[in-house]
Design a protein around this ligand. Structure first.
Ligand code: PMP
Length: 408
């Protein structure tokens, strides 16, 4: 085997981080990785997480035993309520199977693996369709699970907004029963989301085509600061009676990046046999989980669970979410205003129209490389910037660097 294993390329995002760390220029700016930073460009441990951490550490009964295969039950049930809504009929009717996973990545992986093994439409394993572009890991995860994948149109380079017509006509054209991967909110990498009216139309077409929605939700509460608003699309689809799955991450909204807290939910359609179906599905998911990770890591789930299940901590978490989303929205407002003041060629309304961690600036690969070389500003080649990398100390510098590179 030694001779036949080819060298794989370096992960572009982690490569970018390494290049940034090596750079010794004092005013360098990191807009690469999707992790929240405070106004001093430092990672922010949410105050509510610090509090929960202390409560857990002081618990005399704490031990380091294995969690069950499906994870911490209080965590998975609170995760259901957070995503589906506390009054969700799907929860009440017992048609949701939930497993704690290795953050959102593990949830996407578990879902892909399950669909690859069990999901058939007219005897065939359907193809997965991703927005073009999508989170860079989706394709790799589906490859690993041996699920084929293609794309549907999503982003319009002209408007730097949603290509809704392209999206609708591509989804209509996919074979019946296809898996359609949808970002529940704060689309990565573009920051462009459908409106509620557009989501309704997407759901209608997908119901006609008997398609399977696979929701990826990595930014609930982090996008708008409102947990319910950011879960609207998922809840709407469930209300329409879809069978679907959800990959939920707590990396961004709890700042628990490295603790790998996430959850996978499979929701069956309403009906008299829904409960027996979900029992069978849960049993198979448990076997997949057991063979992959045996049982999930406890620490991050304990923190999230304590916050989700304690009303005062939950309220404090919502305030922390508003701090993060509010700072990002403020950076969007300021960046747009500065570029417009500078008279930078082009339109910049997309900076404030887009939502969540990222903005697709519209800078070309050439401009991205130039701004890295000249101004030591690091962003991915597709022109995506992590809004959280901007702060009151570097936003002027960044706006001027963009202005310069656009004029060159
Ligand atoms: N999906 C999307 C769209 C994401 O942006 C991310 C985070 N970059 C994830 C899933 C999962 O991340 P994690 O495994 O850290 O939860």
């Amino acid at each position: 085997t030694a001779d036949i294993v080819p060298q794989a390329p370096e992960d572009p995002l982690f490569g970018l981080m390494a290049a940034y760390r090596k750079d010794t220029f004092a005013q360098k700016v990191d807009l690469g990785i999707g992790a929240y930073r405070d106004d001093n460009a430092k990672p922010w441990v949410l105050p509510v997480v610090k509090k929960a951490d202390k409560i857990i550490a002081d618990d005399p009964d704490l031990n380091h035993e294995y969690l069950p295969i499906a994870g911490l039950q209080q965590f998975t049930s609170a995760s259901q309520r957070l995503s589906l809504g506390a009054d969700s009929p799907a929860i009440k009717e017992g048609r949701v199977a939930s497993l704690q996973t290795i953050s959102g990545t593990g949830a996407v992986h578990l879902g892909a693996l399950f669909l690859s093994k069990f999901y058939k439409y007219s005897g065939q394993t359907p193809t997965g369709y991703f927005s073009n572009p999508t989170w860079a890991n989706h394709g790799q995860i589906f490859d690993t699970a041996r699920l084929s994948h293609k794309t549907y149109r999503y982003f319009s380079p002209t408007t730097k907004g949603l290509d809704f017509e392209g999206m609708m006509s591509d989804i209509k054209a996919t074979p019946e029963g296809s898996i359609i991967l949808l970002h529940a909110c704060a689309h990565n990498p573009t920051g462009v989301d459908p409106t509620q009216e557009q989501w309704k139309q997407i759901a209608q077409v997908m119901a006609q085509r008997r398609q399977f929605p696979f929701f990826d939700t990595a930014y609930q509460g982090f996008a708008s600061g409102d947990l319910n608003k950011d879960a609207w699309a998922i809840r709407y689809f469930i209300a329409q009676g879809f069978e679907l799955c959800i990959a939920q991450s707590y990396a961004k909204n709890f700042g628990l990046y490295g603790e790998r807290a996430g959850c996978f939910h499979f929701v069956t359609a309403p009906g008299s046999d829904a409960q027996s179906t979900i029992t069978r599905i849960a049993s198979q998911l448990a076997i997949l989980q057991r063979s992959e990770i045996s049982n999930p890591p406890a620490y991050g789930a304990r923190i999230a669970s304590l916050v989700l299940n304690t009303p005062e901590l939950f309220a404090e978490w919502e305030a922390n979410l508003r701090t993060m989303s509010g700072r990002i929205i403020e950076m969007r407002t300021q960046l747009r205003a500065k570029l417009e003041q500078l008279g930078t060629p082009g339109t910049w309304n997309h900076i404030t129209d887009q939502i969540g961690m990222f903005s697709f600036t519209g800078l070309s690969e050439k401009q991205v490389l130039k701004i890295r070389e000249d101004a030591h500003v690091y962003m991915t080649k597709n022109g995506r910037i992590s809004m959280a990398g901007l702060n009151s100390h570097n936003i002027d510098y960044f706006a001027k660097a963009v202005d310069k590179v656009v004029r060159e």
